[in-house]
Ligand binder design. Structure first.
Ligand code: 5AD
Ligand code: SF4
Length: 582
């Protein structure tokens, strides 16, 4: 490690380190930093630039400068205001091509677009071709060990690419972004010397600076977590212009501290994006013609916009009955019901979904709104994790099996026809066969439409420090298989109830399986396949039309499996005009 700048900071969540290795080079041949326009810079730079850097450093950053960025709220690096040891010019991408690769959850997909938005503003170009990339950034996930192993393997492949790189090209830079950068910090830089930059989930604004530092041939890292970063002003770039749907990030981080989960350590404290900025983004997406928005966050329904003082006078909302939190009750702020109400009013033809919520934050206001508004999808993800109250307590989920089941019944009464999904973990610390059977019976009792099931993977969390990962791997796998089988059986039964019903489907495009079929999603987010034929348009009975991506159509369901519905199309319609269902 270069001893020059090392900032170690300790916050309530544990040690957070920001380590920057700052050494600059400028090109003597063309007096710019290396770029694709200047392939001969490599060797010449070394001496002259170090001298240049040393002289700038002498009159450059002070210790105070490095402290500035560590306090909350964080000061955001700005193109107009570069750090004193860099010039604006050195922060520019100069048309270098960035290849971004995303792993893990939908939050990471969104983060990828935020990172890209920042780099695009700095003058970088994007490439989908790995071979032509000048910068390769992996947006990583740490939730299970396997996710991290995938990244280590990928790094080995990229090492070969870096070694083989022609000297006539600008050096290839490789970066690790997101949760794994946050969790492992220096370990990545030490283990894989070919990694040039590390940026944690709250450090994407710093990417141009980190890459400028890496141009000196030094490693650069920013893994500071923030109390207030929501990237509210960084509009993610819509990658596929023909897309019908978009994800809109509304909050980041998690305060729940479930004992198995690494997320609070990698993504930090819970914070919400201001309502006004969310509405602005949703309006823009509506103007672009998008037909579906999914509100995104680690605990979307724990949303609390306290950005303005007067919001703290807002009426407080209750937790779901029988649920508790691991943290001190929070007061005030604009809550999720308010946001959902506002977002759903932007465009009545735009479907609204949200993921991922926590079962504790489903007050009646939210349930009523979902039931009343035509464009809020009647689909709720309600992660249970286990069907055993004993295991739920060890997981620190803040509810018992009974409280969870009561909530399920309440939701089903409040929103008739609601589609339910859940997450489960098989083989958590101390899980007995009896506990496992309780989960099996919960799956049977609820009969979810969709499910996400995982074998427990030990992470460095509270469970790691206090509990024993004592369920053998083969038992975990067997239990997981059993859960998957039961989930599929029950989902098939639940989906069978749709046969003979007419459902409103948002068309996404041609089916992957057959070019003569179209595919779309029903209100419950299940895939629906139907033949691509001419149909009537309810607003113009004189013409016959073929459905296009972004159209709403009514489909009569004729058959189902555990994951897909099939049917035939009746007509093209609008969300307002549709009277779907049985
Ligand atoms: N092992 C296995 N699954 C996990 N999840 C979270 N942490 C772990 C872990 N350590 C699952 C939970 C969560 C989903 C996103 O990932 O089910 O809801
Ligand atoms: Fe992890 Fe629990 Fe937070 Fe979900 S709610 S991200 S499982 S700590």
């Amino acid at each position: 490690m270069h001893p020059l700048q090392c900032i170690l900071q300790t916050q309530r969540w544990g040690p957070l380190a920001s380590v920057s290795w700052l050494l600059l080079r400028t090109c003597r041949a063309c007096s710019s930093v290396p770029s694709t326009a200047c392939p001969s810079v490599e060797k010449q730079q070394e001496d002259g630039v170090r001298k240049d850097f040393s002289s700038r450093l002498a009159s450059g950053p002070t210790f105070q400068h490095f402290l500035r960025g560590t306090s909350a709220p964080q000061e955001k690096p700005d193109m107009e205001d570069p750090p004193p040891y860099l010039t604006v010019d050195e922060l520019l991408g100069k048309q270098r091509k960035v290849y971004l690769e995303t792993y893990g959850c939908q939050m990471n997909v969104n983060d990828t677009e935020i990172a890209w938005s920042v780099l695009q503003k700095s003058g970088y170009l994007r490439t989908r071709n790995l071979q032509e990339a000048d910068v390769i950034l992996l947006v990583t996930c740490s939730i299970r060990e396997k996710a991290e192993q995938t990244i280590w393997n990928r790094l080995h492949q990229l090492k070969a690419l870096k070694t083989k790189r022609l000297r006539s090209r600008v050096p290839l830079r490789i970066g690790i972004l997101g949760c794994m950068a946050e969790r492992l910090k220096e370990e990545i830089l030490n283990r894989e010397k070919m990694v040039d930059i590390l940026a944690g989930p709250d450090a994407y604004r710093d990417l141009p600076r980190l890459l400028a530092v890496a141009d000196s041939g030094q490693q650069a890292a920013n893994v500071l977590l923030s109390l207030d970063e929501t990237y509210a002003d960084v509009m993610p770039v819509q990658t596929s212009p023909s897309a019908t749907s978009a994800f809109v990030s509304i909050m980041r981080g998690c305060d729940n501290m479930c004992s198995y989960c690494i997320v609070p350590f990698t993504r930090g404290r819970e914070r919400s994006r201001p309502v006004a900025s969310i509405l602005e983004e949703v309006r823009k997406l509506s103007e672009q013609g998008l037909k579906e928005v999914t509100l995104l966050g680690q605990n979307v329904n724990s949303f609390r916009d306290s950005s303005e003082v007067q919001f703290n006078n807002a009426v407080s909302t209750n937790l779901s009955r029988g649920f508790s939190t691991n943290y001190k009750p929070k007061q005030g702020g604009l809550r999720f019901a308010h946001l959902l109400d506002q977002v759903s009013r932007v465009d009545p033809e735009m479907r609204i979904r949200f993921t991922s919520p926590h079962p504790k934050d489903f007050p009646d206001e939210v349930l009523q709104l979902i039931d009343e508004r035509d464009n809020i999808c009647k689909q709720i993800h309600l992660p249970a994790q286990s069907g055993s109250s004993r295991v739920l307590e060890a997981m620190r989920r803040g509810y018992s099996r009974e409280a969870y089941m009561e909530l399920i019944h309440h939701i089903r009464e409040s929103i008739p026809g609601v589609s339910l999904s859940s997450d489960f973990i098989a083989g958590f610390c101390g899980e007995t066969e009896e506990d496992h059977l309780q989960t099996v019976s919960l799956l049977r009792e609820v009969q979810y439409n969709m499910g996400f099931l995982f074998a427990y993977s030990m992470r460095q969390t509270r469970a790691y420090h206090r509990l024993k990962d004592d369920v053998p791997e083969e038992v975990k796998s067997r239990r997981l298989e059993e859960l998957i089988t039961v989930f599929r059986e029950e989902a098939t039964k639940a989906n069978m109830a749709s046969v003979g019903c007419t459902q409103l489907v948002l068309v996404e495009g041609v089916s992957k399986r057959s070019a003569s079929d179209l595919c779309g999603r029903n209100d419950g987010n299940l895939k629906v396949i139907f033949p691509d034929v001419e149909m009537e348009d309810v607003n113009n009975s004189e013409v016959r039309v073929r459905a296009q991506p972004g159209d709403y159509v009514l489909v009569k369901i004729t058959s189902t499996s555990s994951q897909t519905l099939k049917g035939h199309v009746l007509c093209r319609t609008t969300l307002k005009d549709s009277s779907a269902y049985c």
